[in-house]
Design a protein around this ligand. Structure first.
Ligand code: SAM
Length: 239
Protein backbone atom coordinates (compact mmCIF):
# COMPACT_ATOMS: atom_id res chain seq x y z
CA UNK A 1 0.00 0.00 0.00
CA UNK A 2 1.06 3.54 -0.64
CA UNK A 3 1.64 5.99 2.16
CA UNK A 4 -1.42 7.66 3.67
CA UNK A 5 -3.05 9.96 1.18
CA UNK A 6 -2.23 7.44 -1.48
CA UNK A 7 -2.27 8.14 -5.18
CA UNK A 8 -5.03 10.71 -4.79
CA UNK A 9 -2.87 13.10 -2.85
CA UNK A 10 -1.57 15.16 -5.75
CA UNK A 11 -5.07 15.38 -7.18
CA UNK A 12 -6.42 16.49 -3.80
CA UNK A 13 -3.72 19.16 -3.54
CA UNK A 14 -4.44 20.42 -7.06
CA UNK A 15 -8.20 20.43 -6.40
CA UNK A 16 -7.90 22.44 -3.16
CA UNK A 17 -5.63 24.95 -4.87
CA UNK A 18 -8.12 25.55 -7.69
CA UNK A 19 -11.82 24.72 -8.09
CA UNK A 20 -12.02 23.07 -4.69
CA UNK A 21 -10.55 26.14 -3.06
CA UNK A 22 -13.12 28.44 -4.68
CA UNK A 23 -15.95 26.09 -3.82
CA UNK A 24 -15.02 25.51 -0.18
CA UNK A 25 -14.00 29.08 0.51
CA UNK A 26 -17.49 30.05 -0.57
CA UNK A 27 -19.13 27.34 1.54
CA UNK A 28 -17.06 28.19 4.62
CA UNK A 29 -17.46 31.95 4.13
CA UNK A 30 -20.28 34.22 5.24
CA UNK A 31 -21.37 35.89 1.99
CA UNK A 32 -24.66 34.65 0.59
CA UNK A 33 -24.40 35.94 -2.95
CA UNK A 34 -23.72 33.18 -5.47
CA UNK A 35 -24.11 30.51 -2.80
CA UNK A 36 -26.75 27.96 -3.61
CA UNK A 37 -29.14 26.25 -1.25
CA UNK A 38 -27.11 23.08 -0.99
CA UNK A 39 -23.94 25.03 -0.27
CA UNK A 40 -25.72 27.07 2.42
CA UNK A 41 -26.92 23.84 3.98
CA UNK A 42 -23.40 22.40 4.00
CA UNK A 43 -22.14 25.69 5.50
CA UNK A 44 -24.66 25.31 8.30
CA UNK A 45 -23.74 21.68 8.97
CA UNK A 46 -20.03 22.40 9.00
CA UNK A 47 -20.56 25.37 11.34
CA UNK A 48 -22.33 23.00 13.72
CA UNK A 49 -19.37 20.62 13.62
CA UNK A 50 -16.97 23.45 14.43
CA UNK A 51 -19.23 24.64 17.27
CA UNK A 52 -19.52 21.10 18.65
CA UNK A 53 -15.74 20.63 18.57
CA UNK A 54 -15.23 23.93 20.39
CA UNK A 55 -17.85 22.98 23.00
CA UNK A 56 -16.16 19.61 23.60
CA UNK A 57 -12.82 21.31 24.14
CA UNK A 58 -14.35 23.98 26.39
CA UNK A 59 -16.10 21.30 28.46
CA UNK A 60 -12.94 19.26 28.85
CA UNK A 61 -10.66 19.76 31.87
CA UNK A 62 -8.08 21.20 29.51
CA UNK A 63 -7.33 24.92 29.79
CA UNK A 64 -7.58 26.19 26.21
CA UNK A 65 -5.59 29.35 26.89
CA UNK A 66 -1.98 28.35 26.42
CA UNK A 67 -2.74 24.82 25.24
CA UNK A 68 -0.85 23.69 22.15
CA UNK A 69 -3.17 22.68 19.32
CA UNK A 70 -2.41 21.17 15.94
CA UNK A 71 -5.20 21.78 13.40
CA UNK A 72 -4.45 19.18 10.74
CA UNK A 73 -5.98 20.18 7.40
CA UNK A 74 -7.13 23.57 8.67
CA UNK A 75 -8.87 24.75 5.49
CA UNK A 76 -9.81 28.41 5.80
CA UNK A 77 -9.26 28.33 9.57
CA UNK A 78 -12.86 27.81 10.72
CA UNK A 79 -11.69 26.07 13.89
CA UNK A 80 -8.09 27.31 14.16
CA UNK A 81 -9.17 30.95 14.39
CA UNK A 82 -11.67 30.60 17.28
CA UNK A 83 -9.13 28.42 19.10
CA UNK A 84 -6.51 31.14 18.64
CA UNK A 85 -9.05 33.67 19.91
CA UNK A 86 -9.43 31.53 23.05
CA UNK A 87 -5.71 31.90 23.61
CA UNK A 88 -4.58 28.50 22.32
CA UNK A 89 -1.16 28.18 20.74
CA UNK A 90 -2.21 26.85 17.31
CA UNK A 91 -0.32 25.24 14.46
CA UNK A 92 -2.67 25.41 11.47
CA UNK A 93 -1.57 23.46 8.43
CA UNK A 94 -3.08 22.33 5.18
CA UNK A 95 -1.86 20.66 2.02
CA UNK A 96 -3.30 23.56 -0.01
CA UNK A 97 -1.31 26.81 -0.14
CA UNK A 98 -4.46 28.62 -1.25
CA UNK A 99 -6.31 27.42 1.86
CA UNK A 100 -3.44 28.36 4.16
CA UNK A 101 -3.19 31.88 2.79
CA UNK A 102 -6.95 32.35 3.08
CA UNK A 103 -6.79 31.14 6.71
CA UNK A 104 -3.92 33.55 7.31
CA UNK A 105 -5.91 36.42 5.80
CA UNK A 106 -8.93 35.64 8.00
CA UNK A 107 -6.74 35.36 11.09
CA UNK A 108 -5.16 38.73 10.40
CA UNK A 109 -8.64 40.27 10.25
CA UNK A 110 -9.41 38.83 13.74
CA UNK A 111 -6.15 39.49 15.45
CA UNK A 112 -7.25 42.71 17.11
CA UNK A 113 -9.09 40.86 19.90
CA UNK A 114 -7.06 40.83 23.08
CA UNK A 115 -6.69 37.12 23.81
CA UNK A 116 -5.93 36.28 20.16
CA UNK A 117 -2.69 34.42 19.61
CA UNK A 118 -1.71 34.42 15.96
CA UNK A 119 -1.50 30.78 14.81
CA UNK A 120 1.55 29.43 13.05
CA UNK A 121 0.48 28.63 9.49
CA UNK A 122 2.17 25.97 7.41
CA UNK A 123 1.61 24.45 4.01
CA UNK A 124 2.17 20.77 4.62
CA UNK A 125 0.36 17.49 4.40
CA UNK A 126 -0.88 15.49 7.35
CA UNK A 127 1.74 12.81 6.79
CA UNK A 128 4.60 15.21 7.45
CA UNK A 129 3.24 16.62 10.72
CA UNK A 130 5.48 15.99 13.67
CA UNK A 131 5.97 17.08 17.26
CA UNK A 132 3.64 16.83 20.25
CA UNK A 133 0.56 18.88 21.01
CA UNK A 134 -1.91 18.91 23.87
CA UNK A 135 -4.68 18.69 21.31
CA UNK A 136 -4.86 17.52 17.72
CA UNK A 137 -7.95 18.37 15.68
CA UNK A 138 -8.74 17.08 12.22
CA UNK A 139 -12.17 18.05 10.92
CA UNK A 140 -13.69 16.82 7.66
CA UNK A 141 -10.36 15.74 6.14
CA UNK A 142 -10.60 11.95 6.30
CA UNK A 143 -13.09 12.07 3.44
CA UNK A 144 -9.97 12.21 1.23
CA UNK A 145 -8.51 9.05 2.72
CA UNK A 146 -9.39 5.51 1.71
CA UNK A 147 -10.12 3.08 4.51
CA UNK A 148 -6.68 1.77 5.37
CA UNK A 149 -5.00 5.14 4.84
CA UNK A 150 -7.56 6.73 7.15
CA UNK A 151 -6.78 4.19 9.84
CA UNK A 152 -3.05 4.79 9.46
CA UNK A 153 -3.63 8.55 9.58
CA UNK A 154 -5.57 8.24 12.83
CA UNK A 155 -2.69 6.34 14.39
CA UNK A 156 -0.30 9.04 13.16
CA UNK A 157 -2.45 11.87 14.53
CA UNK A 158 -2.77 10.05 17.85
CA UNK A 159 1.03 9.86 18.07
CA UNK A 160 1.14 13.67 17.93
CA UNK A 161 -1.44 14.22 20.66
CA UNK A 162 -1.01 14.16 24.43
CA UNK A 163 -4.46 14.92 25.80
CA UNK A 164 -7.20 15.07 23.19
CA UNK A 165 -7.78 14.10 19.61
CA UNK A 166 -10.87 15.43 17.82
CA UNK A 167 -11.79 13.92 14.50
CA UNK A 168 -14.82 14.38 12.31
CA UNK A 169 -15.68 12.22 9.34
CA UNK A 170 -18.54 11.46 7.03
CA UNK A 171 -20.23 8.31 8.26
CA UNK A 172 -20.98 5.52 5.88
CA UNK A 173 -24.72 5.61 5.40
CA UNK A 174 -26.91 4.79 2.45
CA UNK A 175 -28.33 8.28 2.21
CA UNK A 176 -24.89 9.85 2.11
CA UNK A 177 -23.82 7.36 -0.56
CA UNK A 178 -26.82 8.48 -2.55
CA UNK A 179 -25.97 12.19 -2.27
CA UNK A 180 -22.41 11.47 -3.26
CA UNK A 181 -23.59 9.61 -6.32
CA UNK A 182 -25.88 12.44 -7.26
CA UNK A 183 -22.77 14.61 -7.14
CA UNK A 184 -24.00 17.40 -4.91
CA UNK A 185 -21.15 17.10 -2.50
CA UNK A 186 -18.26 16.61 -4.87
CA UNK A 187 -19.18 17.68 -8.35
CA UNK A 188 -16.89 17.53 -11.31
CA UNK A 189 -14.86 14.89 -13.06
CA UNK A 190 -11.68 15.34 -10.99
CA UNK A 191 -10.27 12.32 -9.24
CA UNK A 192 -10.00 14.51 -6.16
CA UNK A 193 -13.73 14.53 -5.95
CA UNK A 194 -13.66 10.96 -4.74
CA UNK A 195 -15.07 10.85 -1.26
CA UNK A 196 -14.43 8.13 1.28
CA UNK A 197 -16.98 7.47 3.98
CA UNK A 198 -15.93 5.69 7.12
CA UNK A 199 -17.65 3.25 9.40
CA UNK A 200 -17.68 4.46 12.97
CA UNK A 201 -16.35 1.09 14.12
CA UNK A 202 -13.31 1.42 11.82
CA UNK A 203 -12.37 4.81 13.22
CA UNK A 204 -12.89 3.64 16.79
CA UNK A 205 -10.83 0.56 16.16
CA UNK A 206 -7.93 2.62 14.79
CA UNK A 207 -8.11 4.84 17.87
CA UNK A 208 -8.08 1.77 20.11
CA UNK A 209 -5.02 0.41 18.33
CA UNK A 210 -3.29 3.71 19.04
CA UNK A 211 -4.21 3.46 22.73
CA UNK A 212 -7.04 5.97 22.61
CA UNK A 213 -10.75 5.77 23.40
CA UNK A 214 -13.71 7.94 22.42
CA UNK A 215 -14.78 10.04 25.42
CA UNK A 216 -17.48 12.10 23.68
CA UNK A 217 -19.22 11.75 20.39
CA UNK A 218 -21.42 13.92 18.26
CA UNK A 219 -23.48 13.47 15.15
CA UNK A 220 -24.18 16.50 13.00
CA UNK A 221 -26.64 16.33 10.18
CA UNK A 222 -28.40 18.83 8.00
CA UNK A 223 -30.06 18.05 4.72
CA UNK A 224 -26.82 17.64 2.78
CA UNK A 225 -24.13 17.42 5.43
CA UNK A 226 -23.34 14.54 7.75
CA UNK A 227 -20.51 14.16 10.19
CA UNK A 228 -19.59 12.07 13.16
CA UNK A 229 -17.40 13.87 15.64
CA UNK A 230 -15.19 11.92 18.04
CA UNK A 231 -13.43 13.48 21.00
CA UNK A 232 -10.84 10.92 22.07
CA UNK A 233 -8.50 10.64 25.04
CA UNK A 234 -5.66 8.27 25.87
CA UNK A 235 -6.88 5.05 27.47
CA UNK A 236 -6.45 5.43 31.20
CA UNK A 237 -7.06 9.17 31.29
CA UNK A 238 -10.05 10.01 33.46
CA UNK A 239 -12.05 12.29 31.16
N1 SAM B 1 -10.64 21.21 8.60
C1 SAM B 1 -11.18 22.33 7.85
C2 SAM B 1 -12.55 22.67 8.34
O1 SAM B 1 -13.24 21.79 8.87
O2 SAM B 1 -12.96 23.83 8.18
C3 SAM B 1 -11.17 22.07 6.34
C4 SAM B 1 -12.02 20.90 5.83
S1 SAM B 1 -11.97 20.74 4.03
C5 SAM B 1 -13.41 19.80 3.61
C6 SAM B 1 -10.69 19.54 3.79
C7 SAM B 1 -9.30 20.15 3.88
O3 SAM B 1 -8.35 19.09 3.97
C8 SAM B 1 -8.90 20.98 2.68
O4 SAM B 1 -8.50 22.26 3.10
C9 SAM B 1 -7.76 20.19 2.05
O5 SAM B 1 -6.80 21.01 1.42
C10 SAM B 1 -7.21 19.45 3.25
N2 SAM B 1 -6.45 18.22 2.94
C11 SAM B 1 -6.83 17.19 2.16
N3 SAM B 1 -5.89 16.23 2.13
C12 SAM B 1 -4.88 16.66 2.92
C13 SAM B 1 -3.60 16.13 3.31
N4 SAM B 1 -3.18 14.94 2.86
N5 SAM B 1 -2.83 16.85 4.14
C14 SAM B 1 -3.25 18.06 4.60
N6 SAM B 1 -4.43 18.62 4.27
C15 SAM B 1 -5.24 17.93 3.45
Amino acid sequence: AEAAGGGDKEAVRAYFNSTGFERWRKIYGSATEGVNRVQLDIREGHAQTVAAALAMLRDSPLELAGATVCDAGCGTGSLAIPLAAAGADVLASDISAAMVSEAQRQAAAQSSSSSFRMPRFEVRDLESLEGRYDVVVCLDVLIHYPREEARAMIRHLASLADKRLLISFAPRTLYFDFLKRVGELFPGPSKATRAYLHAEADIEDALRQAGWRVANRGFISTQFYFAKLFDAVPVGSST
